[in-house]
Design a protein around this ligand. Sequence first.
Ligand code: GCU
Length: 136
Amino acid sequence: AATTVYEAERAARTDAAVESNHLGFTGTGFVNYDNTIGSSLSFTVHAAVAGGHALTFRFANGTGADRSLDVVVNGTPHAISFPSTGSWTAWATRTLRVNLKHGTNVVRATATTAEGGPNLDSLSVDNGVTAPSPSD
Ligand code: GCU
């Protein structure tokens, strides 16, 4: 399915900074969550169809320990953890399946520990459409 990329540096930030010192990001930078509980990013994402969509977070975690985020979609919480990628310039993705409504949705990703979140490059949202097989 097609996806739309929402760059983290364009999301609304609380206790988080746009930086560009660790290469490999897309767009103009990435977001460094402050190392504190409650640091967050809020994305406004659009869905052309209601239903299940994949949210794919592109991140780096240069520490040896997982970083976790509470991803609240239109008020519904989802826990997701981001394992070590080995260095701050090594980027990886993790995907969460959520329900989106038609139109505008708010996806807020909040750090749940004192370490804060991983460095976040982008959030990609699939269009929620599965093409029928040729015989359908
Ligand atoms: C380092 C790194 C930052 C990262 C931070 C962290 O300071 O340079 O990009 O965000 O560690 O632990 O979160």
